[in-house]
Design a binder for this molecule. Structure first.
Ligand SMILES: [Zn+2]
Length: 107
């Protein structure tokens, strides 16, 4: 687990260790950590088990992944022939939410 893990994350870990289940809410809260492979193997497995059973979380993860992918491409405009097709407001919203260096300056 990364040193900067939020308190909610350690709460989740201890809840799972005491036999609790991952909920849809956990999925949305820890999705970023899951996709960034910050979660330990045990937790990842639990996430994947939930995703296997839960169609709405699966769709959520999939659309989130695509958004992140688009944002990554937007960070490297040379490698991204589709950038011009995205609304600029969407690009800058994604970039600023990711704290991307290529994004608009933070206030
Ligand atoms: Zn779910």
């Amino acid at each position: 687990m990364s040193a900067g893990a939020p308190k909610e994350f350690s709460d989740l870990v201890s809840r799972l260790e005491s036999g609790g289940n991952i909920t849809c809410r956990d999925c949305s809260e820890f999705l970023m950590a899951y996709l960034d492979s910050e979660l330990g193997t045990d937790i990842r497995t639990r996430f994947e088990q939930h995703l296997d059973r839960c169609c709405s979380c699966r769709n959520y993860v999939e659309s989130y992944r695509q958004t992140v992918q688009l944002a990554k491409e937007a960070c490297c405009p040379k490698a991204n022939p589709h950038l011009g097709k995205m609304p600029p407001e969407l690009v800058s919203a994604i970039l600023s939410s990711l704290g991307c260096p290529g994004g608009p300056k933070k206030p």
